[in-house]
Write a protein that binds this ligand. Structure first.
Ligand SMILES: Nc1ncnc2c1ncn2[C@@H]1O[C@H](COP(=O)(O)OP(=O)(O)O)[C@@H](O)[C@H]1O
Ligand SMILES: O=C(O)C1=C[C@@H](OP(=O)(O)O)[C@@H](O)[C@H](O)C1
Ligand SMILES: [Mg+2]
Length: 175
């Protein structure tokens, strides 16, 4: 990292189950830098879980809180930053991301649904996770593509392999 660096080294975007949080932690270890996840910032700031924010306050309020969390993290953080899957929905957030080394972690329906099924429930996938995920990805794919400097396909790859691919794609040195 240089003194003139003005934002995160890497920003990870993509749908739920792309592995943003998992690969983000691995990348921070590899790069020997800090890791930050806007979902964790939101939970800490609100004092409640994401699912409870959706139930108590609604998705629109969550998106407002998220937009502010992303703005703050982009301004403050100099390491690896993982965003929540829906953060690209806000035009203002997409405009901010244009200045940063954004990586779209791509994943297909099969791997994504398998991965999120192993994990804590996500409010937006409740009901029929396969259908919800497919709709969500169809609506968002253009947005992920628009903000991304590079796209890394994660299908069939382990988190370690995805981290390798991200480092190669951004031509970042392993430390
Ligand atoms: N490349 C991968 N291969 C297999 N499982 C993965 C991979 N990446 C993430 N996972 C698993 O999938 C689940 C969701 O990963 P997570 O990092 O939370 O995704 P995101 O933050 O993009 O929603 C976790 O249980 C995680 O261990
Ligand atoms: O895609 C979304 O709209 C969401 C994704 C989640 O984060 P991950 O993408 O890390 O699962 C979390 O921000 C929230 O449940 C909403
Ligand atoms: Mg995550």
């Amino acid at each position: 990292m240089t003194d003139t660096q003005t934002g995160p080294l890497v920003v990870l975007v993509g749908p739920p189950g792309a592995g943003k949080s998992t690969v983000g932690r691995l990348l921070a270890e590899r790069l020997d830098c800090g890791y930050r996840d806007t979902d964790a910032d939101i939970v800490a700031g609100q004092g409640k879980e994401i699912a409870d924010i959706f139930v108590d306050d609604g998705e629109e309020r969550f998106r407002e809180i998220e937009a502010e969390a992303v703005r703050t993290a982009l301004a403050e953080h100099r390491g690896v930053l993982a965003l929540g899957g829906g953060s690209v929905l806000r035009e203002g957030t997409r405009a901010l991301l244009a200045e940063h080394p954004v990586v779209f972690l791509e994943v297909g329906l099969h791997d994504a649904v398998h991965r999120v099924g192993l994990d804590a429930p996500r409010p937006l996938l409740l009901g029929n996770p396969r259908q919800r995920w497919r709709e969500l990805m169809e609506a968002r794919r253009p947005l992920y593509t628009q903000v991304a400097r590079v796209v890394v396909d994660t299908d069939g790859l382990s988190p370690d392999q995805v981290a390798d691919a991200v480092l190669a794609a951004l031509e970042l040195e392993k430390r």
